[in-house]
Design a binder for this molecule. Structure first.
Ligand code: SF4
Length: 398
């Protein structure tokens, strides 16, 4: 049988990539049970009893279904022997996941102390692109503020604090690919590491290099299913080809892959989103992440927010592609803004952002800064941030 082809506007042809989504019911069931058993054992040990362990597992499952509008690990991807079900959760089995699960158990049982799980850090102020929505726009092109040693010590500090996932962003992090290799080499094996990239300079050699240093996954930004439109949005001719090639190279190197889509008002239609998800399926990514535009960075002062109809559409499609049988080999769709609307913002609570000056922000879109990582004890800093709240969403209720 002839294989389907991905044809982009520059006439690059690629064979359909295999889907990493686990299709066998038995395998999914066994893995789900193993993850649940791990949660139950951790909770029983932490709380001192089987009954408490059972109860905690039940409450965690109920909480998950309420947040994400679907049951726990409904769909999962398998890459290089590990299983993934959300961009925001480390893979199974891993020390990182055990840490994150421990934090959620402690949180549910009102144990004191912050339970930070994710760190996003800007590792550079350089980027060759000129994206319409860039949140680091005012800092781009300026001299680098953080040395490799400083980056190393930030990573260490947060790992020792218990963070289970670290995402490197920028600017364009691939401009510091050798430093990324060293950062990964010096890090503890207790976190999953991801890179957010436009695909710049991401070829097979670099993907293999990063994988060999311990990288877990790559999120590639792709903001339109058509090449010309994506290039225009990103202010860079060839951005689309670079994103697609980077994604395929990462997949070939057994990295977990995802596509991040900034869904603008202009792009937000049922037909566009379905075409985008078709492309994502052809590319064989594990994840697609819908990101809503915010009036920050280059969009500051502009009315870029999606309407309620737009948001309802995205929520409906995310649910459909994550649960309907006909889309079972399509990527897992994550829509964090929809979760934040329901349960409050997780930034400054489960998530932190370090900007390209090394200053702490709640997230990339809230530009208030809370000092440098070395200035304060992290516990005190997080307490302060929690009181401060978020300007886009309510304070986290979970
Ligand atoms: S959004 Fe990212 S890729 Fe685009 S200009 Fe900003 S830093 Fe560069």
């Amino acid at each position: 049988m002839e294989e389907a082809l991905i044809v982009n506007q520059q006439n690059i042809l690629q064979n359909d990539q295999p889907s990493p989504i686990v299709s066998r019911w038995l395998e999914r069931t066994i893995v789900r049970r193993q993850i649940n058993f791990q949660l139950f054992s951790l909770a029983s040990r932490h709380l001192g009893g089987i009954r408490k362990g059972m109860l905690t597992l039940k409450r965690l499952k109920a909480k998950y279904s309420k947040f994400f509008n679907e049951s726990m690990y409904h769909k999962m991807a398998k890459i290089d022997g590990r299983y993934y079900w959300r961009v925001g959760a480390p893979g199974y089995p891993s020390e990182a996941l055990t840490r994150v699960q421990g934090g959620e158990i402690a949180r549910l049982n009102s144990s004191s102390g912050p339970h930070l799980r994710t760190l996003i850090m800007a590792v550079t102020r350089k980027c060759p692109l000129e994206c319409e929505h860039c949140y680091e726009w005012d800092n781009l092109g300026k001299e680098e503020a953080l040395t490799l040693d400083e980056l190393n010590s930030i990573v260490r500090k947060f790992q020792e604090f218990g963070v289970g996932q670290i995402f490197f962003g920028g600017g364009e992090p691939m401009v510091r690919v050798h430093d990324l290799g060293r950062l990964l080499e010096n890090a503890l094996p207790s976190s999953d590491f991801w890179i957010y990239t436009s695909g710049f300079r991401l070829d097979e050699e670099k993907a293999r290099f990063l994988k060999s240093k311990g990288l877990t996954g790559i999120m590639v930004s792709l903001d339109h299913h058509l090449a010309g439109e994506h290039d225009q949005f990103r202010g860079y001719s060839g951005a689309y080809d670079m994103a697609i090639k980077g994604l395929i190279a990462s997949k070939a190197s057994k990295l977990v892959t995802g596509l991040a889509l900034c869904v603008t008002k202009k792009y937000c239609s049922e037909s566009n989103i379905r075409q985008y998800l078709d492309l994502a399926r052809q590319l064989g990514t594990a994840f697609v992440q819908f990101i809503e535009p915010k009036a920050a960075g280059r969009y500051q002062g502009q009315n870029v927010h999606l309407t309620k109809e737009d948001r309802d559409l995205l929520e409906r499609l995310a649910k459909e592609y994550n649960t309907a049988r006909e889309y079972r080999d399509f990527p897992i769709v994550n829509y964090p803004d929809s979760v934040f609307r329901k349960v409050g913002c997780l930034a400054g609570d489960r998530l932190l952002y370090i900007n390209s000056l090394g200053k702490i922000q709640q997230c990339p879109f809230c530009d208030e800064t809370f000092g440098k990582t070395g200035d304060l004890e992290l516990e005190k800093l997080l307490e302060g941030m929690n009181r401060f709240g978020c300007k886009h969403y309510n304070k986290a209720l979970i």
